[in-house]
Design a binder for this molecule. Structure first.
Ligand SMILES: Cc1ncc(COP(=O)(O)O)c(C=O)c1O
Length: 399
C-alpha cells in the first residue's frame, strides 16, 4: 500500500517509520496504540503474558555454549540463544502471544496475520486456538509450496490459510493482502503483524514484545561469563528477532550488533533480499524504510531460499540503526547459509531454520577472525524442521 493519505509524525526512527496509511485505518491504529499503552502498564496483562511465555511456551529459552562449533571455527566463544526451543519452534510465538492477548483485551473476535516462513502463521494459529479466537493467515503461493508442513500445521490448529497469488507469491504479497483484508473488517479483527514492520505503533510494539530475547540473553551471559558479549548476531527479514536481541544492548556501545540479510544468489545479481545493502528509502506497508525498488519506486521482487527473509523491506528501526552506524548489516548467500546449516547439524546436533542459518553463516565468517577471549552470541531464531523437505528437494536428498 503506497498511498499516503494520512501521516503522523509519531513513531519515527530518524527519517524512517511513521504511518503511511489510508484514512480508514488511522482510527484503528490510534485505538491499538492506546490499548497497547494501557496494557503494558497493567500488571494483570503483564502477569498473564509472563505466565503464558513461561508455562505455555517454555521461557526462558537457554543460552547454550556451542562448544564443538567454537572448537571447529577456532576463534570466538560462541553462544546460541535457543529461540528454536520455544513452543511452535521459533521466536514468533513471543509476539503472537502478546498481540493475541491484546486482541482479546480489545474485544476482537478474529485475528488475521501474514506469514512467510509460516512460523508467524503457526504461532498466530496456536494463540488463536489457545485464546478462542478465529484466525485467517495470508500466505504467498510460493511460500505455501516451500513451507507445506507449516500450512498443514496452521490448518490442524483451526486456522484458514488464504493463498495469495499476486507478485512472486511471497511475504510482500501476503502482507499487502492482509492489510487489504484488515481495512475491510477493522471493527472486529485484529491484525497480528509478524515483524517490526508496518505503520506506527507496530514496529515499536513488536520490538517491545520481542525484547524478552535480549533481556534474557543479557542476564544469562552475565551469569555465565560475568561480562557482556563482544558481538551479538541475528538474521534480518523484517527484523523482529534481531530487534528483540539488539534492543537491550543499544546503550552498551562496546557490544557490536550485526544483522544478517539474505544475499540469495548474490547481491550483484537480481536475486537477493539484501534490503539494507542494496535498498533505498521509500514507503511500503505503511512505513518509510529502506526498500528494494527501481527508480520509479516500483518494488523489485526479492528472492531468498529462506521464506522468512524473502521481503523487500526492513523494519524502520533497523534502517535507523544502519544510518546511525550503531548496527552493521551484512549479507549472506543461499549457498553460505546452507553450508552453515550443515555445519550446525554436524557439530552441535541442531537443525536450524534456513533463516537462522544465515546468522550462523555470518558467525562462520566472523568467529575465526577474532581472539579466543571474544564472546559472540547468535540468535537461533527457529528450528529447521519446516525446511527439511525443501532442503531435501534442493540438494537431492541424503548424501
Ligand atoms: C525462524 C525464523 N527466523 C527469522 C525470521 C525472520 O523474521 P524476523 O526478521 O522478523 O525475525 C522468520 C520469519 O518467518 C523465521 O521463521
Amino acid at each position: 500500500m503506497n498511498t499516503e493519505t494520512a501521516y503522523k509524525s509519531k513513531g519515527r526512527f530518524g527519517a524512517h517509520g511513521g504511518r503511511y496509511v489510508p484514512e480508514t485505518i488511522v482510527n484503528a491504529l490510534d485505538e491499538l496504540e492506546k490499548a497497547y499503552q494501557e496494557a503494558i502498564g497493567d500488571p494483570a496483562f503483564l502477569e498473564e503474558l509472563q505466565y503464558l511465555l513461561r508455562e505455555y511456551s517454555g521461557r526462558p529459552t537457554p543460552l547454550y555454549y556451542a562448544e564443538r562449533l567454537t572448537e571447529k571455527l577456532g576463534g570466538a566463544r560462541i553462544y546460541l540463544k535457543r529461540e528454536d526451543l520455544n513452543h511452535t519452534g521459533a521466536h514468533k510465538i513471543n509476539n503472537a502471544l502478546a498481540q493475541g492477548l491484546l486482541a482479546k483485551r480489545m474485544g476482537k473476535t478474529e485475528i488475521i496475520a501474514e506469514t512467510g516462513a509460516g512460523q508467524h502463521g503457526v504461532a498466530s494459529a496456536t494463540v488463536a486456538a489457545r485464546l478462542g479466537l478465529s484466525c485467517k493467515v495470508y500466505m504467498g503461493e510460493e511460500d505455501m509450496r516451500r513451507q507445506q508442513l507449516n500450512v498443514f500445521r496452521m490448518q490442524l490448529l483451526g486456522a484458514e490459510v488464504v493463498p495469495v497469488k499476486s507478485g512472486t507469491g511471497t511475504l510482500k504479497d501476503a502482507t499487502s493482502e492482509a492489510i487489504r483484508a484488515w481495512v475491510s473488517s477493522v471493527d472486529r479483527t485484529f491484525y497480528v503483524i509478524g515483524s517490526v514492520v508496518g505503520p506506527y505503533p507496530y514496529p515499536q510494539m513488536v520490538r517491545d514484545f520481542q525484547r524478552v530475547i535480549g533481556d534474557e540473553t543479557r542476564e544469562q551471559i552475565m551469569r555465565m561469563e560475568e561480562r557482556l558479549p563482544d558481538y551479538v548476531v541475528a538474521c534480518v527479514g523484517g527484523g523482529s528477532n534481531a530487534m528483540g536481541m539488539f534492543y537491550p544492548f543499544l546503550d552498551d556501545v562496546d557490544v557490536k550488533l550485526i544483522g544478517v540479510e539474505a544475499a540469495g544468489q548474490g547481491v550483484d545479481t537480481d536475486k537477493h533480499a539484501a534490503t539494507i545493502a542494496k535498498g533505498s528509502r521509500g514507503v511500503l506497508h505503511g512505513m518509510m524504510t529502506y526498500l528494494l525498488q527501481d527508480e520509479n519506486g516500483q518494488i523489485i521482487e526479492p528472492y531468498s531460499v529462506s521464506a522468512g527473509l524473502d521481503y523487500p523491506g526492513v523494519g524502520p528501526e533497523h534502517a535507523y540503526l544502519h544510518d546511525s552506524g550503531r548496527a552493521a548489516y551484512h549479507a549472506v548467500t543461499d549457498d553460505e547459509a546452507l553450508e552453515a546449516l550443515r555445519l550446525l547439524c554436524t557439530t552441535e546436533g541442531i537443525i536450524p531454520a534456513l533463516e537462522s542459518a544465515h546468522a550462523i553463516a555470518e558467525v562462520v565468517k566472523l568467529a575465526p577472525t577474532v581472539s579466543a577471549d571474544t564472546i559472540l552470541v547468535v540468535c537461533l531464531s527457529g528450528r529447521g524442521d519446516k525446511d527439511v523437505t525443501q532442503i531435501y528437494e534442493r540438494e537431492g536428498g541424503a548424501q
